[in-house]
Design a protein around this ligand. Structure first.
Ligand SMILES: [Zn+2]
Length: 70
């Protein structure tokens, strides 16, 4: 058992709203951190690089939510 590995999907709250999957209405997600590379930042026409996004992956249908954070 490790504190750093949450294998159980959890509910996610974003700015006071519970995250609900738009595909399957599931409310449990895995949390992942993803490093954005230059290809992604240029795709979105953003002037930053090497930022980290937080991803919430639906535990049922695997739909991915991306949040760029602050
Ligand atoms: Zn889903």
């Amino acid at each position: 058992m490790s504190l750093f590995q949450a294998d159980e999907p959890q509910t996610v709250e974003v700015r006071g709203h519970n995250l609900v999957c738009p595909i399957c209405s599931n409310k449990h997600f895995w949390t992942r951190e993803a490093q954005l590379n230059r290809a992604v930042s240029s795709f979105f026409n953003l002037d930053w690089t090497d930022r980290t996004a937080t991803c919430f992956v639906c535990s049922d249908c695997t739909y991915i939510f991306w949040f760029l954070g602050e």
